[in-house]
Design a binder for this molecule. Structure first.
Ligand code: KIV
Ligand code: ZN
Length: 385
């Protein structure tokens, strides 16, 4: 079984979600929870972006002891100096430097030749190594880069001393088989690649971020980058909790797990949602309010007989107390009786039949049936008798 390391970028790529702006205190609160969750690396921000970001990274670097703290920086000495200023007090620090490699970015954004890109990438890694033992290099827009050029850049930065290579699907463009092939090509063609970590970083523009991440892991990626609740630029980054649970639930298939403390997932998700103001949809995998709720009578009956009929993840696994049987017009007698027992009622068969009939009548008038509705319904009848 392989252990995939988790690189969390909620505080950097996640904070790039439109409308999200975290204070230094809020960033620290999230970083401390990410440490509790067990992430290997926390990308705390982009030190050169603003004095506030630099200060927030500094605070996090001083307080977090069990995760490596990372700052993003462009491939420039000025940015790298700022990253070092932010990270020099960290117990464990990592520089994350990047430059775009794809033809579109080379031509329209950077106006640089391939040779200039390689030269800048190598110079940034070498400069970073003056301060940092751990240097991650990202080929921005890797998934739209010609594979021979990607191999050339990765070889050059590995030779220059990079310790983590990241191949982002920056615009969420790639498909799982294509993304896996990029990892296979890099693993087969870059000398010394076995001595560095190989990281995947997926965005969700086409809804493929989890599938692409899992494909990269199958192809040999050893680190996954993403955010809590999948927040991030445009359609967001890959949701780390979804990747972690996919691996945990299907370790038989992937032969890989993450090093996260899964019971901390619900708490982390709630904290990130509250502080960023980004609401988690009810039907979101793993952390949505309905992820462990059953509404139809057939499902409720199945779950009451044997939970694995309709639940592939036990709620306790991610820190949720229990599943929920939602009472509504599709609920069956079994779930209704179970709810009455939970509320302290032990009715005769006749009383139960009668209460169930009136419950169904109520369901036609009201969508959400609360415990109070059930109590009122049963008590009214008992009082009338
Ligand atoms: O998506 C991306 O390419 C990034 C890089 C800066 C790593 O976030
Ligand atoms: Zn990104």
């Amino acid at each position: 079984m392989r252990t995939i390391e988790v690189f969390d970028t909620t505080l950097r790529d996640g904070e790039q979600s439109p409308g999200v702006n975290l204070s230094a205190a809020e960033k620290l609160e999230i970083a401390l929870q990410l440490e509790r969750l067990g992430v290997s690396r926390i990308e705390a921000g982009f030190a050169a972006a603003s004095p506030g970001d630099l200060q927030a990274i500094r605070e996090i670097a001083k307080r977090v002891k069990n995760s490596t703290i990372v700052s993003l920086s462009r491939a420039s000495e000025k940015d790298i100096d700022k990253a070092w200023e932010a990270l020099r007090d960290a117990e464990s620090a990592c520089l994350h430097t990047f430059i775009a490699t794809s033809p579109i970015h080379r031509k329209y954004k950077l106006n640089m030749t391939k040779e200039q890109i390689v030269e800048r990438a190598v110079a940034a890694v070498k400069y970073g190594k003056k301060y940092f033992d751990m240097v991650e290099f990202s080929c921005e827009d890797a998934s739209r880069t010609e594979i021979p050029f990607l191999i050339e850049v990765v070889q050059a930065v590995v030779d220059a001393g990079a310790t983590i290579i990241n191949l982002p699907d920056t615009v969420g463009y790639t498909m799982p088989a294509e993304y896996a092939n990029i990892f296979t090509q890099i693993l087969n063609n870059v000398h010394g690649i076995e001595n560095v970590k190989l990281s995947c970083h997926c965005h969700d523009d086409l809804g493929m971020a989890v599938a692409n991440t899992l494909a990269a892991i199958q192809a040999g990626a050893t680190q996954v980058e993403g955010t809590i609740n999948g927040i991030g630029e445009r359609a967001g980054n890959v949701a780390l909790e979804e990747v972690a649970l996919a691996l945990d639930t299907r370790k038989d298939f992937y032969q890989a797990i993450t090093n996260l403390k899964l019971e901390e997932i619900a708490r982390t998700s709630k904290l990130v949602s509250r502080l960023t103001g980004m609401i988690v949809p009810g039907n979101k995998a793993v952390v949505g309010a309905n992820a462990f709720a059953h509404e139809s009578g057939i499902h409720q009956d199945g779950v009451l007989k044997e939970v694995t009929t309709y639940e592939i993840i036990r709620p306790e696994r991610v820190g949720v107390k229990s599943n929920r049987l939602v009472l509504g017009k599709l609920s069956g007698r079994h779930a209704f009786k179970d709810k009455l027992q939970e509320l302290g009622y032990h009715l005769t068969q006749k009383e139960l039949d009668d209460a169930f009939f009136r419950f169904k009548e109520l369901c036609d008038r009201k969508k959400d049936i609360s415990d109070e509705d059930i109590i009122a319904l049963v008590d009214a009848k008992i009082t009338n008798i």
